[in-house]
Write a protein that binds this ligand. Structure first.
Ligand code: GLN
Length: 553
């Protein structure tokens, strides 16, 4: 018999669903809008969860190149997903699961699997309604699992494109099933062409019409623009898009995305939405968030951090999105110390062609090397690490950044000149970093999708180390995404030369944190896991904070 659960105290009777869709162009900030609306509704005492729908055929983001798609965010359950999932977690302070993320590929995959298992009982399985029904099931399941009063659902892509039609159809069907419980927010862009000098509403009118063509009427229009919306524009949008004037929310560009929930609240968005959803408004509590935002504004003294990586260039542009969570984590730690972080992007290949430019690293308060894959720019990164070690520059290496730190140490401090990782040189005589035994078969079978060591694992920390001091506890849980590890055969030699493995898996088989003693170097620390996936504005990650402390010293 199904177990009866008692509803959470104060829970609403029926979950409310708010879909967020984008108009006019991509990159208008649907993810931050979704997170911010979630935040203000949460601040009214409702439990909120958030889902992301990615129109890609890829089953997850793990197989997408970060320069094209942005960062691959990893959830506690190991799901490799879109970076917006990170925004939701950071804004809402919740832990999401793989049920909160879906792609076209994932949806089709489960429908096809069910068809193969005869679960449709001989029926013809069709794109409509079976695909939208699967989408609806997933949305409901995620909301239920999170015991959410309100589920925010962001539909990726832009209104009018082919790829997200079935997701809009799912949203329309859900509204039809629960007319009182489903709502729509259109995030649209209003350009002000420089030659015309006037903000234009027409593209948003078209976007609304197109949305209407999918059977959907927006309840709220979030008007993104480089400036505030004036009354005239609001009236126009209200008239032509069939919304009330107060349902048009002005969303100008801002310096810090963390200000956006406050901007929304200045326009009473949570109260407007609660009224529409027929939920009784409760006391507002955004105190902690406001505290964080004012700390951001008060942080004037700068701290310069160099991030040495490779996923920066797309055509003529520098794209730092590939490292979004790292960037945000650096910010939270800096703000916690009342410093304004200034990040400098350095392509490590520069140090291979032009080693003398390594000296520029002296200009920075600290250097971070984030996760990565493959051989491009590796030797440049290793040289940068050496420079930091020899010159006492605080260094923080994450995942690949930690593996390369161990290689650098093996080469230059233990005298193992050809130390390497088998990821780059499978034939090396000294595989200081080697494939994990359980990963060998995956690579042999070309089984790449979702097969790394993913998600949370425990680690234990050694006493009297930087790591132990930072965490203030002995046992930790962190998120991972890797196939290679420190080769156990080299641990003793590396440790004898002075590097400490201050964090290991509970069975001491896997090295999770490496560091030099604080007496030898202000901060030379690397983690095999990704601390950036567990850092948030209100809870900056201890390792990032410790790194920043060393940087500002
Ligand atoms: N390429 C390395 C590995 O697979 C590091 C991965 C990472 O930095 N996320 O182990």
């Amino acid at each position: 018999m199904a177990k009866k659960t008692t509803p959470r105290k104060g829970a609403v009777k029926k979950t409310k669903y708010i879909f967020v869709v984008g108009g006019v162009m991509s990159g208008v900030g649907k993810g931050i809008t979704t997170s911010s609306i979630g935040k203000i509704l949460q601040s009214r005492g409702f439990s909120v969860t958030a889902l992301k729908i990615d129109p890609y055929i890829n089953v997850d983001a793990g197989t997408m190149n970060p320069t094209e798609h942005g960062e691959v965010f990893v959830l506690s359950d190991g799901d490799e997903c879109d970076q917006d999932m990170g925004n939701y977690e950071r804004f809402l302070g919740v832990t999401l699961s793989r049920d909160n993320y879906m792609t076209t590929g994932r949806v089709y995959q489960s429908v096809i699997n069910r068809e193969r298992n005869l679960e449709y009982k001989g029926k013809c399985v069709e794109v409509v309604p079976h695909i939208p029904m699967e989408v609806i099931d997933r949305i409901k399941r995620a909301a239920k699992q999170a015991e959410a009063d309100i589920a925010m659902i962001e539909i990726g892509g832009t209104i009018g494109e082919y790829q997200n039609i079935l997701f809009l159809e799912a949203a329309r069907m859900l509204k039809n099933m629960h007319p009182e419980d489903v709502f729509f927010v259109l995030v649209s862009y209003l350009p002000t062409p420089s030659k015309i000098g006037e903000m234009k509403t027409k593209p948003t009118q078209y976007a609304t019409r197109t949305l209407n063509g999918a059977g959907i009427q927006p309840d709220i229009i979030v008007a993104r623009a480089d400036r505030d919306l004036d009354e005239k524009r609001k009236e126009k949008l209200a008239l032509f898009c069939s919304v009330r004037k107060e349902d048009v929310i002005s969303a100008p560009d801002v310096d810090s995305v963390y200000h956006i929930p406050l901007n929304f609240e200045e326009q009473n968005l949570s109260t407007i939405l609660l009224k529409k959803m027929n939920l009784r408004p409760r006391q507002k509590d955004l105190k902690d968030w406001k505290g964080f935002v004012s700390r951001v504004e008060e942080s004037q003294k700068t701290v310069d951090i160099a991030v040495v990586g490779k996923y920066f260039k797309t055509g003529d542009y520098v794209l730092s999105d590939a490292y979004l969570s790292v960037i945000e984590s650096l910010k939270y730690a800096a703000y916690a110390l009342k410093r304004k972080p200034v990040l400098h992007w350095i392509d490590s290949e520069e140090y291979e062609t032009n080693p003398s430019s390594l000296r520029e690293l002296k200009k920075y308060a600290g250097v971070l090397i984030p996760g990565g894959f493959g051989s491009r720019g590796i030797e440049g990164k290793i040289e940068a690490i050496r420079f930091c070690r020899e010159n006492g520059i605080p260094y923080f290496g994450i995942c690949y950044g930690m593996q390369l730190m161990v290689i650098e140490y093996a080469r230059n401090a233990c005298g193992i000149a050809d130390a390497h990782t088998t990821e780059v040189n499978p034939k090396t005589q000294n595989p200081v970093i080697d494939i994990m035994p359980e990963q060998k078969k995956n690579l042999r079978d070309k089984n790449y999708g979702a097969t790394m060591r993913l998600g949370t694992y425990e680690a234990v920390l050694k006493n009297a180390t930087i790591a132990r001091k930072a965490y203030k506890q002995k046992e930790i849980i962190e998120r991972h995404r890797h196939r290679y590890e420190v080769n156990p055969e080299y641990i003793a030699r590396v440790e004898e030369a002075g590097l400490i493995f201050s964090g290991t898996s509970p069975d001491h088989r896997l090295m999770e944190i490496a560091e030099l003693p604080a007496s030898e170097h202000p901060f030379f620390v690397g983690s095999q896991f990704h601390p950036e996936f567990l850092s948030s504005p209100l809870h900056p990650h201890p390792l990032f904070v410790e790194f920043l402390k060393a940087c500002v010293k």
